[in-house]
Design a protein around this ligand. Structure first.
Ligand SMILES: C[S@@+](CC[C@H](N)C(=O)[O-])C[C@H]1O[C@@H](n2cnc3c(N)ncnc32)[C@H](O)[C@@H]1O
Ligand SMILES: [Zn+2]
Length: 405
């Protein structure tokens, strides 16, 4: 590739984390308010995703600390090259980063940025299809410790080759921005891509994470590989799932035991999980209405407390612009790690009961003082995870409002 690459479109130099990056000048590409400048530019770049990239640096550093040796990373949908460059510049113990992009201008700009940061020794970029790059690394001894899939829309087309290109105990990080299918607006697309039915419940962002995690588990199991979700989040317009893999048929068998369904009653907000087949016209055990379901999806944990603690330690060592936002997200996810699946959105509960909405702090207090586990969730600032049933939640909300009157 030409190292004297001349950038032939409006561009500017920006800084992020510890690196300097030439990016498209987005002001030149967002003419109308409806224009999404990052996609209109000749090379994709979205400054809003800095938060996503910061968290990725922390998660990958946590993974490297656990491995306790030098690691390799592949980032086959690189855009400007910013991720791979940040990984090499900011994560300790990174031996090699392999980046790629199918867009020749991306690959050329990424190369330019690698040189700008003097990282040619440890970061390479290929002008290739992501699946080709991953397949080139599918054989033992050529595999990566970490793979970051950061696509337009869904990561599903890359999951199979990514799983095959990961070493035992490797980490797969996947972004999905196709929230309309994952949240049930385009149900058929979700079933086609992720192999599970979505549902437009108030906790659909969590269902989105569980659908992607379930899909990853199913893909890995075909290769006799088990999966464990160590961290996930939903921010802005996307979800992100970090999955550790483990080689072995037994591990795959164990991990697919986590696949199941979430049943929901839209009339009384009762919800339950099941790993077993169930009757199609299942009636709500609380009110008799017909329940809907989402799945198959991942019913196992979607956050690992220890992993998040390590990310917190790494965050304390950095000075990211997003530090306060990261601190908040890590505290919330760590706190909700061991709480039950799904959450209650107070506005939805109040609306169902025709009552005024209490504050989240007040209702958390009500639940805990009645002996229930109750924690906020990062998925929704008005949401509460609790081991109280939907009926108990409603009873307590009625009582709370009665006392207040
Ligand atoms: C969302 S952007 C990546 C953003 C980048 N990771 C970042 O953090 O700024 C997705 C990128 O994937 C590239 N791409 C799309 N299809 C691809 C494929 N089949 N193989 C490799 N790259 C592809 C696009 O050209 C685009 O640069
Ligand atoms: Zn019901």
């Amino acid at each position: 590739m030409d190292e004297e690459y001349k950038i032939d479109f409006p561009s500017e130099t920006t800084t992020e984390g510890k690196v300097k990056i030439v990016v498209p000048n987005l002001k030149a590409y967002g003419v109308k308010p409806s224009d999404y400048a990052p996609s209109r530019a000749p090379v994709f770049y979205n400054p809003v995703m800095e938060f996503n990239r910061d968290l990725t640096v922390l998660a990958f550093q946590a993974c490297q600390r656990a491995a306790n040796r030098d690691i390799t990373i592949c980032e086959p949908l690189t855009g400007t090259g910013i991720r791979g460059i940040r990984f090499a510049a900011e994560i300790q113990g990174v031996k090699q980063v392999v980046s790629a992009d199918i867009n020749h201008r991306s690959a050329a700009l990424a190369k330019h940025n690698i040189i700008l940061n003097e990282l040619q020794e440890r970061v390479s970029v290929e002008h290739k299809d992501a699946n080709r790059v991953l397949s080139d690394h599918g054989a033992p001894k050529t595999r990566f410790d970490i793979i970051d899939i950061d696509p337009f829309g869904t990561p599903v087309p890359y999951l199979d080759s990514a799983i095959r290109a990961l070493r035992n105990k490797g980490l797969l990080a996947s972004t999905a921005t196709d929230m309309a299918p994952l949240c049930g607006v385009h149900q058929k697309a979700c079933i086609r891509k992720y192999g599970g039915k979505p549902m437009r419940a108030e906790y659909c962002q969590e269902l989105a994470v569980r659908l992607l995690a379930g899909c990853i588990a199913a893909v890995a199991a075909k290769h006799e590989i088990g999966t464990r979700v160590v961290f996930s989040h939903c921010s802005d317009h996307y979800i992100r799932v970090y999955t550790e893999i483990g080689y072995g048929a037994q591990k795959a068998d164990e991990s697919i035991k986590n696949l199941g369904y979430i049943l929901h009653c839209f009339k009384c907000l009762h919800r339950e999980t099941t790993g077993k087949p169930f009757a199609k016209n299942l009636q709500c055990p609380e009110c008799g209405a017909q329940m809907e379901y989402a799945g198959p999806l991942w019913l196992g944990k979607i956050f690992d407390q220890q992993f998040i603690e390590q990310m917190q330690k790494e965050n304390a060592r950095t000075a990211f612009r997003n530090n306060a936002k990261i601190t908040k997200l890590l505290a919330l996810t760590k706190n909700e790690a061991d709480a039950p699946a799904t959450y209650h959105v107070l506005d939805q509960v109040s609306q169902n009961l025709g009552l005024p909405v209490p504050s989240v702090a007040t209702f958390l207090q009500t639940l805990t003082s009645n002996g229930y586990l109750a924690v906020p969730t990062h998925f929704n600032s008005r949401g509460i995870r609790t081991d109280a049933s939907a009926m108990e939640v409603q009873k307590l909300m009625r009582e709370l409002v009665a006392v207040g009157q």
